[in-house]
Design a protein around this ligand. Structure first.
Ligand code: SF4
Length: 223
């Protein structure tokens, strides 16, 4: 029987993106396909294995109401078969789902796209992450995700270069999705604020909905 690897399960508020502030149950999946974004604040030390039915029971035991179940990581799409099973069961019980993903694994997404309600997708800028670029992967991912309730989030650091913003816009401006510029919480300050304002103006030249949104859970001190 298939089992999923889950690092932790908890309830809190969504701290990022356009759904900021809603109450959710979070399932943090073990494992990530990127190693390791410079601003990453997630440590995944070990996991517990769950059958999908048992995980749904645990999720259902949280006090209601909550807006949705956040499936986060790491990268949840690394466990696509288990994730699909879980999504189907959650839908059967009338629970909405919110997938947080680094926006790289397009073919995995395509296998479960019909089951997921909301997609919060990262675009990884090389000058922010300190890693290589994923432009073709992000483009393919957007082609799969664009018919859904989806938005794009990208982390802006002191190191983020304007040329990466232009490169990202070449890809995402073909899709009519909101874009969130999220400041790196470890670097909040005057320099980053000015950069965010400048990048927002640039992005508004190609997109109609561009928002600067910091991580709320860190500002108010919740998980
Ligand atoms: S994709 Fe997310 S979880 Fe993985 S290393 Fe980057 S920030 Fe961390």
């Amino acid at each position: 029987m298939r089992r999923g690897k889950v690092f932790e399960l908890f309830e809190s508020i969504q701290g990022e993106g356009i759904y900021q502030g809603i109450r959710q149950v979070f399932v943090r999946f073990y494992g990530c396909n990127l190693n390791h974004c410079r601003f990453c604040d997630t440590t995944l030390e070990g996991y517990k294995e769950f059958r999908a039915e048992d995980l749904v029971k645990e999720i259902n035991s949280y006090q209601k109401p909550f807006h949705s179940v956040s499936l986060t990581g790491g990268e949840p799409l690394l466990q696509k078969d288990f994730l699909k099973e879980l999504l189907v069961l959650l839908k059967q019980r009338g629970l909405r789902t919110y997938l947080e993903t680094n926006g790289i694994l397009a073919s995995e997404l395509s296998e479960l796209i019909d089951e997921v309600d909301i997609i919060a997708m990262d675009v990884k800028l090389p000058s922010s992450t300190g890693l290589g670029s994923f432009w073709p992967e992000h483009k393919r991912f957007l082609e799969v995700a664009c018919g859904k309730d989806a938005f794009i989030k990208t982390v802006i650091c002191n190191s983020t270069r304007e040329e990466d913003i232009h490169r990202a816009l070449e890809i995402i401006s073909d899709f009519n999705l909101p874009l969130v510029l999220q400041p790196n919480s470890f670097e909040l300050g005057e320099a980053l604020r000015d950069k965010l304002r400048e990048f927002q103006k640039i992005c508004l030249g190609s997109l109609s909905d561009v928002r600067i949104i910091p991580q709320l859970h860190k500002l108010i001190g919740v998980r």
